[in-house]
Design a protein around this ligand. Structure first.
Ligand code: AP5
Length: 217
């Protein structure tokens, strides 16, 4: 199964992608996670991407399309994958169709997660993750705390971190980019008859149930 989780910053794409990865054996392909890894490793692409990411702007298409084109060929993607944060404009959506056709596969569903802007800002500004790069479990200051304060539920790690672009000014810019460049991708998938909506304002488990329902339909 190949799924796109689609929505603005803080819609819950990463949260639900991690759940689907565990429940369905799919691989989460997050361009944001891959780009942050490239920035941390100071690769050629990472150095080019850093300024755009820090400013809340989209990284250039050639970088992200190249990353995804390479990644979907890996063996662990043969059973299916979840795209989280890609595509983010119509050019990326068109490039994805070409890549999938070359691999002889097709998209099963695009799940749009709808969330109010005010809730997005709250979610993103309260977000933090396990600092263990092999874990990277996501949490929120008030909405999704670890069971034991200061201890990761998933790996038991005690170090956590926050993203440099999770501040009010940059979140506003990321939202502008979403409405200007990413939301216009929705009609592209509506025309293909594969666009589905879920209420991203619901609780995490309820959103998960809604996603399962639309994928089963
Ligand atoms: P990226 O990392 O993709 O960030 P984003 O799209 O802005 O999305 P987020 O990760 O902020 O949110 P999310 O929807 O995953 O929500 P989450 O599950 O974490 O991109 C970062 C940057 O990289 C971009 O700005 C750009 O520069 C670059 N980039 C990436 N891809 C690119 C591309 N294709 N092209 C060009 N540039 C690209 O949840 C957020 C918080 O809310 C968490 O704390 C979570 O616990 C909480 N939460 C989740 N669900 C719920 C719920 N139902 N109720 C309450 N709280 C919830």
């Amino acid at each position: 199964m190949i799924i796109i989780l689609f929505g603005p910053p803080g819609a819950g794409k990463g949260t639900q992608a991690q759940r689907l990865e565990k429940s369905r054996g799919l691989v989460q392909l997050s361009t944001g996670v891959m780009l942050r890894a490239a920035v941390a490793a100071q690769t050629h692409y990472g150095k080019k991407a850093k300024g755009k990411m820090d400013a809340g702007q989209l990284v250039s298409d050639d970088i992200v399309i190249g990353i995804i084109a390479d990644r979907i060929k890996a063996d662990d993607c043969k059973n299916g994958f979840i795209l989280d944060g890609f595509p983010r404009n119509v050019a990326q959506a068109e490039a994805l169709d070409v890549m999938l056709a070359e691999e002889g596969v097709k998209l099963d569903a695009v799940v749009q997660m709808e969330v109010d802007d005010a809730a997005l800002v709250d979610r993103v500004s309260g977000r933090y993750t396990c600092a263990n790069k092999k874990c990277n479990e996501g949490y929120h200051d008030t909405n999704l705390k670890p069971a034991v304060d200061g201890v990761c539920d998933n790996c038991g790690g005690t170090e956590f971190e926050r993203r440099p672009d999770d501040n009010a000014e940059t979140v506003a810019k990321r939202l502008d980019e979403y409405y200007a460049q990413t939301a216009p991708v929705l009609p592209y998938y509506a025309e293909q008859g594969i666009l589905q909506q879920v209420d991203g304002m619901a609780a995490v488990n309820e959103v998960a149930a809604q996603i399962d329902a639309v994928l089963a339909a």
